[in-house]
Design a protein around this ligand. Structure first.
Ligand SMILES: NC(=O)C1=CN([C@@H]2O[C@H](COP(=O)(O)OP(=O)(O)OC[C@H]3O[C@@H](n4cnc5c(N)ncnc54)[C@H](OP(=O)(O)O)[C@@H]3O)[C@@H](O)[C@H]2O)C=CC1
Ligand SMILES: CC(=O)C(=O)O
Ligand SMILES: [Mg+2]
Length: 433
């Protein structure tokens, strides 16, 4: 990164106050009357209600709109195991995005606990505080056992963003890019760089949508994951360990239709591009430096569609398109979990947005024009996903997710009129987007 940009980024974090988030009150606290309501003696009334009926916490506290962004700092972006303190800027950033894009309050919590059991004990003990848990930047394979244990122990949604948020957005991007390239999931070959939290969840999601397991080749730092490999293959990867002669990413990429990069910057060499099938799709999502830069793809393969995780290129394939919105829907119906039906609902509502013309909501149309220009954007090689600033994301994903939660019986506080719910979201949040 050049020095100018580095300085800008550091100044952004440092001034006018250090960090990116603060806590503000949601009620007036102007005089002794307010103080006697907010604090003692009035607060005791709220405590007594909750003691009698724990669900009343959703009426008398901010629990129902509060998510924890929690990490142990073992896989922070593509920076690796930099520890919980160095990971704090990312967690603060995720918390800001929850608030900015979906009005969800979020606290960043950095836990000094590499041991999965110690980490789980800390997180599980936080259940009284939060309406949901967003696990972030915890490395594989520990992240799988951590998420499974916390889901078992907690009665609020537990969602490992790097797995599921990424998988939802990647699935939407892949479905749209395949349409443009004239291909279908059951007939394509996909190769990854990375076989960790994000990569595994992405291929699992694509398999759940119709990609044959045998058409997937995973690679990690040791090369291809194949049956009988000496280097460790953790159990969740076993179904992708095929009998194959491929040993390196360079071998495996031969004839592949899709490359998914969820590993480290620069690992996909420009010379690999010529080996891919016609009309390839390259999603190079390592952060902050992608596996290959879009300009190198465009120079070598004009028939390719390319996306990265970054905000400074078109086709941003990043979990920011999912986590604020999926939590909005889950929290609003008091979902006890985020299940596969809710995830699929999010995939389709993100994917469908790029095919929708402007509607009859004038305010929304104006926001879209400002974002995309006069012409309504329709699916194109540089527009396979909506912008994170698209005001349609929140009402549409949240309503689709809430509906799926209700249909699958995990909503403790169902919404009776989904259309009205969507309108209310627009009214409450539309103006802030
Ligand atoms: N765009 C987006 O929305 C998202 C992007 N990401 C990015 O994906 C990457 C991985 O994140 P995550 O899955 O959470 O992390 P994990 O630590 O769980 O997995 C990292 C994987 O990448 C592999 N890897 C690391 N370095 C190399 C390398 N030089 N060559 C090949 N493989 C390598 C690791 O192999 P091994 O285990 O053998 O070391 C492992 O399989 C990060 O760069 C992250 O920023 C993640 C989530 C969302
Ligand atoms: C985007 C994100 O969550 C990551 O790179 O880890
Ligand atoms: Mg992450």
């Amino acid at each position: 990164m050049d020095n100018d940009f580095r300085k800008k980024a550091l100044d952004y974090h440092r001034y006018p106050v250090p960090g990116k988030i603060s806590v503000i009150p949601s009620k007036p606290l102007a005089d002794r009357t307010d103080l006697s309501l907010a604090y003692t003696p009035g607060v005791a009334e709220a405590c007594n209600e909750i003691k009698v009926s724990p669900l009343a916490a959703y009426d008398y506290t901010g629990k129902g709109n509060l998510v924890a962004v929690i990490t142990n700092g073992t896989a922070v972006l593509g920076l690796g195991d930099i520890g919980p303190l160095a990971g704090k800027p990312v967690m603060e950033g995720k918390a800001v995005l929850f608030q900015k894009f979906a009005g969800v309050n979020a606290f960043d919590i950095e836990v000094d606990a590499k041991d999965p059991q110690k980490f789980c004990d800390v997180v599980a003990a936080l259940e009284p505080t939060f309406g949901g848990i967003n696990l972030e930047d915890i490395k594989a394979p520990e992240c799988f056992a951590i998420e499974a244990q916390l889901k078992e122990r907690m009665n609020i949604p537990v969602f490992h963003d790097d797995q599921h948020g990424t998988a939802i957005v990647v699935a939407a991007a892949v479905l749209n890019a395949l349409k443009l390239q004239g291909k279908k999931l059951p007939g394509i070959r996909l190769v990854t760089s990375g076989a960790g939290a994000a990569a595994l969840a992405c291929v699992d999601m694509l398999v759940s949508l119709g990609l044959p397991v045998e058409n997937v080749i995973l690679t990690d730092i040791h090369g291809v994951i194949y049956q009988g490999r000496e280097a460790e293959i953790f159990p969740s990867l076993a179904r992708y360990a095929h009998q194959t002669a491929f040993r390196t990413l360079e071998d495996a990429i031969e004839g592949a239709d899709i490359f998914l990069g969820l590993s480290a910057g620069g690992v996909f060499k420009p010379s690999y591009l010529a080996r891919m099938a016609m009309q390839p799709i390259i999603l190079a999502m390592a952060n902050p430096v992608p596996e290959i830069l879009p300009e190198l793809v465009h120079q070598n393969r004009p028939d390719a569609i390319v996306g990265t995780g970054r905000s400074d290129y078109p086709n941003q394939v990043n979990n920011v398109l999912c986590f604020p919105f999926i939590f909005r829907g889950a929290l609003d119906v008091g979902a006890t979990e985020i299940n596969i039906e809710m995830k699929h609902a999010a995939v389709y509502s993100i994917a469908d947005l790029t095919e929708q013309a402007y509607g009859d909501d004038e305010e929304e149309n104006q926001a879209l024009e400002k974002l995309y220009g006069k012409q309504v954007s329709v699916l194109a090689s540089d527009y396979i996903l909506p912008s994170p600033f698209d005001p349609r994301l929140l009402p549409r994903i949240a309503a689709a997710v809430a509906k799926a939660a209700m249909e699958t019986g995990v909503a403790q506080r169902p919404v009776h009129d989904l259309l009205q719910y969507q309108k209310n979201i627009k009214l409450s949040f539309g103006k802030t987007l």
